[in-house]
Design a protein around this ligand. Structure first.
Ligand SMILES: NC(=O)c1ccc[n+]([C@@H]2O[C@H](COP(=O)([O-])OP(=O)(O)OC[C@H]3O[C@@H](n4cnc5c(N)ncnc54)[C@H](OP(=O)(O)O)[C@@H]3O)[C@@H](O)[C@H]2O)c1
Length: 431
């Protein structure tokens, strides 16, 4: 069998480590795959300097413009590790349409262009692998796609963003949120612009990929009910831990409803939730990721590990290259199919946590409880821990399970009360 010739686009953190490992482990990869991987080309803005630093031979083509890659002859597969959206989208779509297989770690590309990518792969009869796009070194996508393919996935719960998990871990220890973010940036765990992490968008992209993989339909990131951690305050963490026996985690949540003869429907969230301290995800600290999969036959399965970093991400990319190589060697490589849209379920009932800021006047608490009671929402816990400013005091409460639309109606009425500030925080409680 002739070698499989690949082009690696992007020689940054993940790309450099991928090239290094491909070369260092070439013999064991050959033995496992039945053929050799040959790096035919690399592409990066600083391709020549990076190729030199990586010790690549002169026979490896160096390109600085990814638009030249699809036209390069003799390349079987493109490994896209540039990040961003526009340049990778053009490169990956053109490559797939031309019958080149693609390995990518790019969650934004997958989440936002899933349908186009499926169509391009079907057109070119090419394959798309993307294990590193969700939870870095944790092999969650292959587990869902192959090992659990015969099972029925009921739910997936994941801590999918290391930056926010690190920040929430420090906040649970009493650190101020801004200081926790600075610490994450000092340690290289947060980007200079952490907006996509803090806003929950990064987690929503990963939930979109998980949902699309599990259901065979495309769940757009906009269909993921998303909120970030910027509204989470130290008093929420303290109240959750000491009064409720819960911990706040930014969770990607997917509930899957299988329906006879029809595609599964999903309910998807990327939001901070209060989870019981005894829940396995509550013990996941620092920048670690973890995914809990609930399958009908296999039961609960927990995956844990590093969700980012050169080694974990490159390990996943190498696994994809190996899987692709095996498909090409065996000839059993069906094209990735274009997906239809994912049916989305209505939101299910759940318990809510609400923090309000109220003027310290008699009757405020009873006005709040009357609104909730009037709409049939029963309160589980209610607490006024002390003054939160010269005028306002915090009110923290949790509800028994309520319909989300009823809770939102109650919230609108509560926020319209004269002694209640518009400032508030809402989170769900994981059962
Ligand atoms: N880092 C992780 O831990 C991790 C984990 C899982 C998945 N991922 C994913 O892996 C991908 C790569 O991440 P990374 O951390 O390795 O990024 P990175 O360090 O920024 O590397 C990207 C490289 O590609 C180059 N590049 C980007 N756009 C280019 C263009 N249009 N033309 C030529 N060169 C271009 C960059 O050059 P410049 O620096 O000059 O722009 C840089 O050298 C991303 O999709 C990311 O989401 C990363």
């Amino acid at each position: 069998m002739r070698p499989i010739r690949i082009a690696v686009a992007g020689l940054g953190v993940v790309g450099s480590e991928t090239v290094r490992l491909l070369r260092a482990r070439s013999e064991s990869l050959r033995q496992r795959m039945g053929t050799r991987i040959e790096i035919a080309a690399v592409c990066d803005r600083h391709a020549s300097a990076m190729a030199k630093r990586l010790g690549l031979p002169a026979s490896v083509r160096r390109l600085s413009d990814p638009r030249l890659l699809p036209g390069l002859p003799g390349v079987d597969a493109v490994v896209e590790l540039m990040g961003g959206l526009d340049a990778p989208r053009s490169l990956v779509l053109a490559s797939l349409r031309q019958g080149r297989h693609v390995v990518t770690a790019n969650k934004r590309l997958l989440a936002h262009c899933w349908k186009e990518l499926g169509q391009a792969a079907a057109q070119g009869r090419s394959r798309l692998h993307f294990e590193a796009s969700v939870a870095g070194g944790i092999p969650i996508l292959k587990a869902l796609d192959t090992s659990l393919a015969g099972d029925r996935i009921e739910a997936v719960y994941g801590i999918l963003n290391g930056t926010t998990n690190f920040i929430l871990t420090r906040m649970a220890e009493g650190m101020d949120p801004a200081a926790a973010l600075r610490r994450a940036q000092e340690l290289g765990l947060a980007e200079a612009d952490p907006t996509r992490d803090l806003s929950g968008q990064d987690t929503a992209d990963k939930v979109s990929i998980l949902a699309s993989l599990v259901t065979g339909s495309w769940l757009r990131p906009a269909q993921v009910n998303t909120s970030g951690i910027t509204g989470v305050a130290p008093e929420d963490m303290a109240f959750a831990e000491t009064v409720l026996g819960r911990r706040i985690k930014l969770l990607g949540t997917l509930r899957v409803l299988s329906r006879a003869g029809r595609r599964p429907a999903v309910e998807a969230f990327a939001a901070p939730v209060l989870i019981p301290l005894a829940h396995p995800l509550a013990a996941v600290r620092d920048e670690f990721n973890a995914v809990l999969v609930r399958a009908t036959s296999a039961g609960d399965l927990m995956f844990y590990g590093r969700g980012a970093g050169a080694g974990p991400a490159a390990s996943a990319v190498l696994g994809d290259i190996l899987a692709l190589g095996r498909e090409l060697v065996s000839g059993a490589a069906p094209a990735s199919a274009p997906p239809g849209p994912a049916p989305v379920l209505g939101e299910s009932a759940c318990s809510f946590y609400l923090r309000l800021a109220a003027l310290d006047r008699p009757g405020v608490l009873s006005a709040v409880t009357q609104v909730l009671g009037g709409l049939g929402i029963s309160i589980s816990t209610i607490h006024q821990p002390g003054a939160c400013g010269p005028k306002h005091i915090p009110i923290m409460l949790t509800t028994h399970p309520a319909r989300p639309e009823t809770f939102r109606r109650a919230l609108r009425r509560i926020l319209a009360l004269p002694d209640i500030s518009r400032r508030h925080t809402v989170m769900r409680l994981l059962p």
